[in-house]
Design a protein around this ligand. Structure first.
Ligand SMILES: Nc1ncnc2c1ncn2[C@@H]1O[C@H](COP(=O)(O)OP(=O)(O)OP(=O)(O)O)[C@@H](O)[C@H]1O
Ligand SMILES: [Mg+2]
Length: 407
């Protein structure tokens, strides 16, 4: 049996469902997906946990499914952090360094990032990530890695991502009560980018737009690093709601109709195709042209992508995303949404299908698995040393068994 330190677990607590993936490092050092679990979640709204018990149950169900498939027990995981309350901003840090006798060290770099973080962050928020995107030594900027350089003054441009303490604590509480230790909370769009963006795209400039159930999460990359994140409080569920309200159909039927017949591009749908629409209150279903569905969905898609465009335009980033956009999340599966995005952004747009993992590739080869797959890849890149991992696994396994039995 493979060693526990070779396993990695990713957990994406989404508005629609909790996704858990188990990965295993293979003999060549790459990552194979060996287990997958998904469970509908009624415990979150707009990416924030609103019902702890429902979320714990959803995590437990997804974990059990993944454990059975992989034949291993989950004890700790890399966990996605999302939600309308996550904020990001750019900050500049400045520190004095040793001077001409010694080059800039890794410790100097850590100090300058710390200095950039020590700006005033929103009340009750904690810093989730601080990502240096550019350094300057003695006023000369555009330096990607200053270690070893000689200078007196080191500056760094840092993207600082913060979230309310309560939001991070809710995620940790739910995970712990489901018997799983949180290794690290990772911004979801940051994780998704690991799975769907190529290094070339990140270098040239690209936008990632993850259309989830309750929110749409945005990340912009330039010169290889993340430079901006945002959350738009509209997701795929708003499209479903629009159909339900206008057609007077039950939500579950509207969701099914959206996935099967929905198209966000009215001009791609002919007028002759008819769709049977169930009615609320048990009234007789009625026939409606498929084009009516597109009439309802297109304005919502334009509104959503228009808001993303406005946000990037405000920061001058719309011109910087020379590789265009990549759409992920379940909402990216809606027919016609790529064309709408191409029209609004006037550039290339593609669906982001997770790459970079082996094993059960088929089960994750959809845009809605981008975040969970990216969390695995992020964990693989940042995993703790083998000895620490083994010690942690031994302790965590007994704790998780105790917690699971207790709740
Ligand atoms: N084939 C499809 N066509 C249209 N929409 C789809 C399709 N498949 C899934 N969706 C929509 O994708 C949304 C769920 O996406 P996803 O699983 O990425 O969300 P989530 O991660 O749970 O939510 P969030 O990221 O907002 O917390 C739902 O609104 C669902 O209706
Ligand atoms: Mg999501």
């Amino acid at each position: 049996m493979a060693k526990p330190e070779n396993f990695l677990v990713a957990c994406d607590i989404g508005t629609s469902k909790v996704c858990i993936l188990i990965g295993e490092q293979n003999a060549g050092g790459a990552l194979d997906v060996i287990g997958k679990g998904a469970s509908a979640n009624r415990g979150t709204r707009k990416g924030n946990i609103i019902n702890v018990d429902a979320t714990i149950e959803a995590i437990k169900r997804a974990a059990e499914e993944a454990e059975i498939m992989a034949g291993v027990q989950i004890s700790r995981a890399w966990v996605g952090l999302s939600g309308s309350q996550v904020r990001s901003f750019n900050s500049r840090g400045v520190v004095a360094v040793a001077g001409k006798d010694r080059g800039i060290t890794k410790e100097d770099v850590d100090r300058v990032i710390e200095a950039a973080k020590s700006v005033q962050i929103p009340q009750d928020h904690v810093v989730v990530h601080s990502i240096a995107r550019d350094f300057a030594v003695d006023g000369q900027d555009g330096i990607p890695d200053p270690v070893g350089m000689i200078g007196n003054r080191l500056e760094a441009d840092v993207l600082v991502v913060t979230a309310p303490v309560a939001v991070t604590q809710n995620v940790e509480t739910c995970m712990n009560k489901a018997g799983i230790e949180v290794i690290e909370l990772v911004l979801e769009q940051f994780a998704a980018a690991e799975a769907v963006l190529t290094p070339d795209e990140k270098e040239l400039g690209i936008g990632l737009v993850d259309i989830g159930g309750g929110t749409t999460e945005v990340a912009v990359y330039q010169k290889g690093t993340i430079v901006h994140t945002a959350v738009v409080p509209i997701g795929g569920d708003h499209f479903t709601n629009d159909l339900a309200v206008v057609l007077r159909a039950p939500i579950t039927d509207a969701e099914r109709l959206k996935k099967k017949y929905g198209c966000a591009l009215r001009s791609a749908v002919g007028d002759d195709e008819m769709v049977e629409v169930p009615m609320v209150g048990g009234r007789a279903p009625k026939l409606c042209p498929r084009s009516t569905l597109a009439d309802i969905l297109q304005p919502r898609a334009e509104e959503l992508l228009g808001l993303v465009h406005d946000d990037l335009q405000r920061l001058g980033l719309d011109k910087e995303i020379r590789s265009g956009l990549v759409l992920t999340g379940g909402g990216a599966e809606l027919e016609g949404v790529i064309e709408i995005a191409e029209g609004i952004f006037d550039g290339p747009v593609r669906r982001g299908v997770p790459a970079g993992v082996g094993g059960l590739v088929d089960v994750v080869s959809r845009p809605e698995w981008a975040t969970a797959t990216g969390l695995l890849l992020y964990g693989h890149r940042h995993k703790p040393s083998r000895r620490r991992a083994r010690a942690f696994f031994q302790a965590a396994n007994s704790v998780s068994r105790f917690i699971r039995d207790f709740f």
